[in-house]
Structure formats: C-alpha cells, structure tokens
Design a protein around this ligand. Structure first.
Ligand SMILES: *[C@@H]1O[C@H](CO)[C@@H](O)[C@H](O)[C@H]1NC(C)=O
Ligand SMILES: *[C@@H]1O[C@H](CO)[C@@H](O)[C@H](O)[C@H]1NC(C)=O
Length: 160
C-alpha cells in the first residue's frame, strides 16, 4: 500500500469533517401542507419515445384541505408521465389551485415511483403572486401520491 501515506492525511481530515457534521445535525421541521384529491380524465397515449412510454393524464378537478391552504383544483393541467424500461414511473404534473379566498397558485410536481403499488413520491414547487400565499414560492414541499377511484390522493408536507 504505497499510496497510503499520501491518502492518510486526507482520510483524517475527512473523518474530522464528518465527525463535526454528525455531532450536531439539526433536522429541519416538517409541517403538513394539505390533503388533495385530484380527479383525472381519459389519458392520452403519446407512445414510445427514446426514454420510455409517455402517457398524458389530464387533471379535471379536485379539492384540497390543509391548515393553511385549502381550495379546489381547476381543470387545467395534466401529468405528463413517463414509464421507463427499467420500471420507473416519472410524473411531471402541472396543475392550478384556487384557494377558498380566491388566490391562484400554479403547482408543479415531479414524481418518482419504482414499485408496483402505484405509490409515487413527489417534489413540489408553487408559484403565486398572492401576498397571503407568498411563502409558498419559497416552500420546500414534498409528499406522496396514490391512485384512488377517480384519480389520485396526494398528501403534502413542507420543511419549516
Ligand atoms: C379526499 O377523499 C377522501 C375520501 O373520500 C376524503 O376523506 C377526504 O376528505 C378528501 N379530501 C379532500 C381534500 O376533499
Ligand atoms: C411501452 O408500450 C409498449 C406498447 O404498449 C409496451 O409493449 C411496452 O412494454 C411499454 N414499455 C414500458 C417501459 O412501459
């Protein structure tokens, strides 16, 4: 092991750095954002593209309820879903929320599913100009999405 003398100091500095990190990891807080039911329409088969099969699942409505965000999901948007040959399903969802107090919020959800149970883990971003929901522009949100009778059930959280 002639390389060892060169790497040993490096190894020690990494160890020291990791020890410092592990000593005091403060996890971010987690807050429930909403439960949503998304109703979907008839899907459109785009077909096989180089990356897999693309299916467009239209969003035709829905509702969401949460401690700070509640309202309806408009009939605008869809999931441009990609099924890859190695068994992943990648969701690419764009949708519109209209809150009970009439704020319009544009939602983008990127999902990844690798099982056969239909559970999709999603990362979510929001865009709105409404001052009451301005904080959503900066929210780190993620959740789960599961198929239900007429569409999907979504549970969303965000880091605090
Ligand atoms: C979604 O549907 C479930 C089951 O019907 C219901 O319990 C829940 O309250 C609904 N959520 C919303 C936001 O409407
Ligand atoms: C894509 O669609 C074709 C035709 O329906 C099917 O044979 C194939 O298994 C599908 N591939 C994936 C990755 O879903």
């Amino acid at each position: 092991m002639r390389l060892l003398p060169i790497f040993t100091p490096l190894l020690f500095s990494f160890r020291a750095a990791f020890a410092a990190i592990e000593a005091n990891p403060t996890p971010p807080g987690l807050q429930f954002l909403y439960n949503a039911n998304i109703t979907v329409g008839l899907s459109v088969d785009v077909g096989k593209i180089p990356a897999g099969n693309v299916t467009v699942i239209p969003v035709i409505g829905g509702a969401l309820i949460g401690p700070k965000v509640s309202g309806k999901i408009l009939a605008i948007g869809a999931d441009w879903g990609l099924a890859t040959s190695n068994g992943y399903f990648l969701s690419d969802i764009r949708a519109q929320i209209r809150t009970m107090d009439n704020a319009n919020i544009y939602v983008q959800m990127a999902g990844l599913s690798q099982g056969t149970d239909g559970l999709v883990y999603i990362r979510t971003t929001f865009q709105t100009g409404d001052k009451n929901y301005w904080w959503l522009n900066y929210a780190f949100a993620f959740g789960t999405m599961k198929p239900s009778g007429t569409g999907f059930v979504v549970d969303m959280w965000h880091l605090t």
